[in-house]
Design a protein around this ligand. Structure first.
Ligand SMILES: Cc1cc2nc3c(=O)[nH]c(=O)nc-3n(C[C@H](O)[C@H](O)[C@H](O)COP(=O)(O)OP(=O)(O)OC[C@H]3O[C@@H](n4cnc5c(N)ncnc54)[C@H](O)[C@@H]3O)c2cc1C
Length: 389
């Protein structure tokens, strides 16, 4: 068993670490100021400029296949990069990416949706959740009714990331009520000009999602992504594309937070000694250090399963559940170690506190991950003791 990184992996990781330190961290104060004024942390132009700066060094389309101009990096390498990006809350992501299910587009759709999305000229959003269907995604009610060679879509989607900025959506609608999720859900590519509208949803985080409203939106048959009736499978593929990447990012955030806590513990004196000398503080630091290491290996193990072509769903659920729970405990401890200052807006801890809370909710709540893990174990789909037996 070899846990070391190759020279190439180390070089790629270190390049991103330096990029984060040199290009992103200096923006943090301004990002905080803007977000607290209700503005986006980075404007679209600023994000694009940073993405092109990274592109000059070859960092473009981290997981996009090389035939589409991407780097086609492995899941393990991508997890390592996400952890580096997680060290800052500046809302940066590498350019050159597209939703995995857009690669199922036919040739004409690829020209209109996939390639411009990779180039950053178009913006997509993934819309399955509805006011009455979140964890229970099979309960969606948005419908698409056939009318000649068109489909007429009616319904409401909610909590759609990027829904306000997107110029097209991948929306999931019932095309055969009798079959429902078993062959009766279809995914449509729908341009905003076809008539859907969006409303921002104010959340406790900075990356506000939107609700999307479809009222008799007429969509030609040619806008079906994949096959008629096979939308639910596509939706599950989108959600399962990289569950390990969410806790991967949290590794970097927790490392940065713990470093802040260590610095503060060593310099803050009470009762004549640094608080670092108090066991109560030491245990919080020790537990956080242990949990970050455990999370790292859960994430990398899940990513390794993805790279090995194994069924990684169980490992990904474990990493997502553990990451959400532990990242929230760690940020809470770090806030506690900072005392009153931790609660202020002078420090970014409360910013992370709010952002990390989302990890326990989206792309499968804690309870849904537990449901999956328990079901796998109870039915024997996964072995107690893991893949090593
Ligand atoms: C910021 C943000 C961004 C999002 N982005 C997107 C997006 O881009 N696209 C999209 O389609 N969706 C998106 N979502 C939706 C997200 O995936 C759902 O909010 C999530 O799946 C939970 O669904 P829900 O909110 O309806 O909660 P519910 O499903 O109503 O759950 C409520 C509570 O009950 C629990 N629960 C539910 N069922 C069970 C069960 N069987 N056993 C035990 N407990 C259960 C849940 O864990 C939760 O605690 C986003 C959400 C947020 C907050």
């Amino acid at each position: 068993m070899d846990f070391s990184l190759s020279v190439e992996e180390r070089e790629i990781r270190d390049w991103v670490r330096t990029f984060v330190q040199r290009e992103l961290m200096p923006l943090e104060q301004e990002v905080l100021r803007r977000e607290r004024a209700g503005q986006p942390g980075l404007t679209g132009d600023e994000l694009t400029e940073l993405q092109f700066k990274a592109r000059e060094s070859g960092f473009w389309g981290v997981q996009t296949p090389q035939e589409y101009g991407g780097m086609g990096l492995s899941a393990v390498m991508t997890a390592l990069l996400e952890a580096e990006l997680g060290r800052t809350f500046v809302p940066f992501r590498f350019g050159g990416a597209a939703d995995n299910i857009l690669f199922y587009a036919n040739d004409e759709q690829k020209q209109r949706y996939l390639l411009p999305t990779i180039e950053g000229k178009r913006k997509s959003c993934f819309a399955i959740t509805e006011p009455g269907a979140g964890s229970d995604a099979k309960a969606i009610r948005t419908s698409a009714r056939k009318d000649g060679s068109d489909w007429i879509i009616n319904g409401e989607k909610t909590f759609i990331t990027g829904g306000n900025e997107a110029d097209f959506t991948m929306v999931f609608a019932i095309t055969d009520p009798d079959k429902g999720a078993n062959g009766g859900v279809t995914c449509f590519l729908v341009d905003r000009e076809l008539g859907w509208r969006s409303e921002p949803i104010d959340t406790m985080g900075e990356w506000g999602p939107a609700s999307l409203v479809f009222e008799d939106v007429r969509v030609p048959e040619s806008q079906i992504l994949g096959e008629l009736g096979q939308g639910f499978n596509l939706a599950m593929q989108w959600i399962g594309r990289g569950r390990y990447l969410l806790p991967a990012r949290a590794i970097g955030s927790c490392e940065r937070l713990l470093t802040m806590a260590i610095d503060h513990a060593n310099t803050r004196h009470t009762f004549g000694a640094p608080i670092a000398q108090r066991q109560a503080i030491q245990w919080m630091i020790a537990d956080s250090g242990v949990e970050i290491e455990a999370l790292r290996w859960l994430v990398l193990h899940a990513a390794w399963q993805v790279d090995s072509g194994m069924d990684s769903r169980h490992a990904q659920s474990i990493a997502k559940l553990y990451g959400g729970l532990k990242a929230n405990e760690i940020v809470d401890r770090v806030l506690q170690i900072h005392g009153g200052m931790g609660y202020t807006r002078e420090l970014p801890i409360e910013r992370w506190y709010r952002e990390l809370r989302l990890l326990r909710i989206y792309e499968g709540t804690d309870e849904i991950q537990r449901r999956t893990i328990a079901r796998n174990l109870l039915k024997g789909h996964a072995k107690v003791g893991g893949v090593l037996g």
